[in-house]
Design a protein around this ligand. Structure first.
Ligand code: TYD
Length: 392
């Protein structure tokens, strides 16, 4: 049974930036639910993928050093540890991972045409398609079974999870390896980072819920890695239960236990989380309102989808955040979805006259703080809302 625990209000499509402010932009309800049976946390309103993953999708994996380094490190591990003949990446985006492999060793699947064109333009075989059973059948006919399938921050975006895992287990060889990584529910609940939820993020995974969900496909997690990316993610290494060659690491049991001790399998944990979220909103607005009274120049740093959830849930207008700065070409001179707040191209001197910068990309805090030493030295300050709203 799905039990409701938090209403994040009416939200526009998170990555739907537009060149002018549209007052009557369509908004969808964003409500969070906990499944008491398989312990999965998900949002209720499902928006057709075609509306979200369009041909000018603005999210680019290669935009941050943190992400490109993480993908590079993973590619070295894959080559050494699993020695796959062929790798399939579901949601290959702009090629941040696949560019680390020889061209004849990787296949990309990417529904957003603008992104698929980047990798196919560089000579990487890329299917400009949504991941589903039809595509899995087509791929099996053409390439046979595959020994390594990888997907980062993609499977949680697909509503029909049953079809997702059915298609993967159909295409994966018996001794094949599936690696997925997505934001960690445990980290989200601990950090009160409710901005991990937006219309694209349909599910937030935990070791508990993934274990429960993949059982019916004869799949099991045999290893995990906690990552710092996206504010705390988990990389799940998955295999068929029929593959007896690979042992299940104690790390899986330990993480499962840690999540249980924190109460990720209990509805009450989410009720407490919801209370904390409401308090977080109050505190954040308090900070912004005080700075407004002092006439401070406040901007947003990183026009993330996460920030879209925050400004729409907290009803933050351009009197509190004047504009956002961002490095992504597709976001520049566009407006934050749902709000009359413009995104300006990030330049070295962007923060020269800024007093406070709200970290929309708080997950890159380390990278940003080290880049903005000059800003901090002259007395500039960042505002962050995790694990609770404060000025740093
Ligand atoms: P990310 O946190 O991955 O976003 P989302 O919530 O949308 O999944 O995206 C980071 C955004 O922050 C991206 O638009 C690029 C931007 N950014 C900067 O503008 N400057 C920076 O130094 C960094 C690290 C990111």
């Amino acid at each position: 049974m799905n039990k409701f625990f938090l209403d994040l209000g009416k939200q526009p499509l998170a990555n739907n930036y537009s060149s002018s402010y549209k007052k009557n932009q369509i908004k969808y309800s964003l409500k969070l639910f906990f499944n008491t049976k398989n312990k999965m946390v998900s949002i209720s309103k499902r928006i057709p993928s075609e509306k979200m993953f369009t041909n000018n999708y603005p999210y680019r994996s290669s935009m941050s050093k943190t992400m490109t380094n993480s993908f590079h490190k993973l590619s070295l591990e894959i080559k050494k540890r699993f020695k796959p003949k062929k790798i399939l990446e579901i949601g290959s985006n702009d090629g941040a991972l696949i560019k680390n492999f020889e061209k004849d060793k990787v296949i990309g699947v990417e529904p957003c045409n603008n992104l698929a064109q980047i990798t196919s333009g560089k000579g990487y075989l890329t299917y400009n398609k949504y991941w589903n059973y039809n595509l899995a059948q087509k791929l099996k006919k053409k390439h046979g079974e595959l020994d390594l399938i990888y997907s980062a921050n993609t499977l949680t975006h697909i509503s029909n999870l049953n079809d997702v895992f059915k298609s993967i287990s159909y295409l994966l060889s018996t001794n094949g390896i599936l690696i997925i990584e997505d934001p960690s529910l445990l980290e989200c609940v601990k950090k009160v980072s409710y901005d991990q939820f937006y219309n694209e993020h349909i599910y937030l995974f935990s070791v508990i819920s993934v274990t429960n969900f993949i059982k019916k496909f004869d799949l099991e997690i045999f290893d995990i890695k906690n990552l710092e990316t996206h504010g705390g993610s988990i990389r799940y290494y998955i295999k068929s239960v029929k593959n007896k060659k690979v042992k299940v690491s104690n790390k899986v049991k330990n993480q499962f236990q840690k999540e249980k001790e924190f109460g990720l399998d209990k509805f009450n944990t989410y009720k407490k989380f919801a209370k904390k979220v409401k308090l977080s909103k109050k505190k954040l607005l308090n900070i912004f309102n005080k700075l407004k009274l002092k006439n401070k120049n406040v901007i947003g740093y990183g026009a993330t989808a996460k920030a879209v959830t925050i400004i729409n849930y907290c009803k933050i207008e351009n009197d509190l955040i004047k504009n956002f700065v961002d490095t992504t070409p597709e976001k520049i001179n566009q407006y934050m979805p749902g709000k009359n707040i413009k995104i300006i191209k990030y330049k070295k001197n962007s923060l020269d006259n800024v007093d406070y910068a709200f970290l929309g990309a708080w997950n890159f805090k380390k990278e940003i703080v080290s880049k903005e030493k000059k800003f901090l030295k002259k007395g500039g300050k960042f505002i962050i809302h995790v694990p609770f709203p404060k000025i740093i």
